[in-house]
Design a protein around this ligand. Structure first.
Ligand code: N01
Length: 533
């Protein structure tokens, strides 16, 4: 291992959507930016999640950068919901177009970042022995990037091929003629199962909790539609910024219980056609009022029963443990219909849990499901996992892991008390996964860049959230979540999928537009709630 030390103005950790834009924006300010990325290339989530069927559930025309008009005019999406491959090609194009790769050390994992109070500098150390000192540190480490392989007995003893959807190999995986087991029915499992079933001899789905999933209604984008979108992009982006989730859609103006059943069904039909997770937003009270939620749930249950031929199987595929929308509704292509195939079998782990994974397959009760391949679609240590794997040491030797032991504690999701000049991107305390990640990242990075301008104008060395601002923001985030049905679901939003993780609703659920206004007001008020030295 060679040891080498460098100095920069700012270190950006991660080359996904937020890291790439951070590098570009900070360089535009004339800053010397050093990036680190553990993968071999750019793309973050879209570099790693190459499993069959992987697509984004936000429409391609919205899930793209807005910061450069030429970029958004030049790039043309081919489908309504883009594949992983196309999104990765887009991010690679952005990296080339703005020469972003040159900022990065790839295949380099950051192991620690330590603040030196006297020098007011962060020292970022990596697994290659290289370290960089910088005034600012931007954690663009991703919220669904630390994979979770649950500690099922015998987990590593399986002798066949084994993959995690979030660490999918770059070489093609051949399913033809194979018996494939899939553990997990979240978005990754639900997107991949129908694709795998097309080639595999047999697919055995090990389901612990059924999930709501709604067909994407994916289709190629016509030239006419593309021309229309490109002509109206500024307005489309404006509406997205005024919305609750960073896409240009607003719910029906009345609550679900304020309209007659016929009108309610008409609206559900309309939002069903829109496809996917957006269905949770048809009515403004759908995820705050259980009675309203029940109407949405019943509508979707009937649809699932229509799609699955065997009524008993349909029963097992319909969730009964959470209000619809309080876990991310999956956006699928042919998931429920896949169970009508002869080669797809459901194993209901609520009836009989997995006993152990063996050399030959998965033992459930006393039945061994013999497999050639086992796929873990078991998700992520979401929102905090990637950060917790880095030793982040702030003022007075205080670590972020200690500070967040009972759940993440931030002001605006951006900053934590005791960690000057360290910014966290798109994470807990921000709308994060509840919003369009691309616009979310742009909002925060633009805010940070303006903050850098302010610090320069005021000859200031550092900025840090005050303890009081953090306490108040955490209380605000908790209050916003408590006013919804979200905390009633055992979701990864609450860390419930990771044994021992504190049960705290992590994203700010007050809406993307509100969050943007709050951040702007804080800046206009001279960075209210921050201590600037
Ligand atoms: O992960 P998940 P994911 N034994 O945590 C099961 C985004 N995303 O990768 O619910 C048996 O949702 C677990 O069961 P349970 C999107 O935001 C988006 O699928 O804990 N099963 C669950 O079924 C999404 O929400 C897209 O009972 C076990 C599954 O594994 C997020 O990423 C595509 C188990 C994990 O589901 C995460 O999705 C992909 C065990 N011990 C991802 N442990 C798009 O469409 C876990 N499970 C854009």
């Amino acid at each position: 291992m060679d040891t080498q030390s460098d100095a920069s103005d700012v270190v950006v950790i991660g080359a996904g959507i937020s890291g790439l834009y951070a590098v570009h924006k900070f360089r535009q300010r004339g800053m010397n930016v050093h990036g680190f990325e553990s993968a071999a290339g750019v793309g973050g989530t879209w570099f790693h999640n190459r499993y069959p069927g992987a697509r984004c559930d936000v429409e391609s025309i919205d899930y793209s950068y807005s910061f450069d008009e030429d970029l958004q005019q030049e790039w043309t999406w081919s489908e309504r919901f883009a594949t992983q491959e196309e999104i990765l090609a887009y991010l690679e194009h952005v990296a080339d177009r703005f020469d972003l790769r040159s900022a990065y050390d790839f295949l380099t994992r950051v192991v620690s970042t330590v603040y030196d109070e006297e020098a007011a500098l962060w020292t970022v150390t990596t697994d290659t022995g290289k370290s960089v000192t910088a005034r600012f540190c931007v954690m663009a480490t991703g919220v669904l990037s630390a994979t979770n392989r649950p500690a099922i007995a015998g987990r590593d003893s399986f002798a066949g091929e084994s993959y995690h959807t979030g660490e999918w190999p770059h070489e093609p995986v051949d399913f033809v003629g194979k018996r494939v087991g899939v553990i997990g029915t979240g978005s990754s499992g639900i997107q991949s199962i129908p694709e795998i079933a097309k080639d595999a001899a047999q697919v055995v789905v090990f389901q612990r909790s059924p999930n709501y999933s709604i067909p994407a209604g994916n289709r190629p984008l016509t030239e006419e539609l593309i021309a229309q979108v490109k002509a109206g992009y500024p307005e489309r982006r404006r509406l997205a910024r005024l919305s609750g989730g960073g896409t240009p859609f607003t719910p029906y103006p009345k609550g679900a219980m304020e309209v007659e059943e016929q009108e309610r069904t008409r609206i559900y039909d309309e939002w069903w056609q829109r496809g996917g997770y957006l269905f949770a937003k048809a009515f403004p009270d759908q995820t705050t009022n259980l009675e309203a939620n029940d109407t949405a749930r019943k509508y979707v249950e009937a649809k699932i029963r229509d799609m699955v031929n065997d009524p008993e199987l349909a029963d097992q595929l319909i969730p009964n443990d959470h209000p619809i929308g309080t876990k991310r509704i999956v956006t699928d292509s042919g998931y429920f219909e896949a169970y009508n195939r002869d080669n797809v079998t459901l194993v209901n782990l609520r009836q009989t849990p997995i006993t152990e994974i063996t050399e030959n397959g998965v033992l459930v009760g006393d039945q061994l499901h013999e497999l050639d391949m086992l796929i873990f679609a078991t998700g992520f240590d979401a929102m905090t996992g990637a950060l917790s794997r880095i030793d982040i040491v702030g003022r007075g030797g205080r670590t972020l892991n200690e500070d967040w032991a009972a759940g993440p504690r931030t002001y605006l999701g951006l900053s934590s008390a005791g960690f000057p000049n360290l910014f966290n991107m798109v994470g807990p305390g921000s709308p994060s996964v509840l919003a369009n990640m691309v616009l979310m990242a742009e909002l925060q990075i633009d805010w940070i860049a303006k903050c850098f301008d302010y610090l320069d104008e005021h000859n200031a060395v550092s900025i840090e959230a005050t303890q009081q601002a953090v306490d108040e923001w955490v209380a605000e985030c908790n209050a916003k979540a408590a006013a919804t049905l979200f905390p009633t679901a055992n979701s990864w939003y609450l860390g419930s999928n990771i044994p021992g993780k504190p049960r705290v609703f992590m994203p700010y659920i007050g809406g993307f537009a509100n969050y943007g206004s709050i951040c702007a007001e804080v800046a206009e008020a001279g960075y209210k709630g921050f201590e600037i030295v």
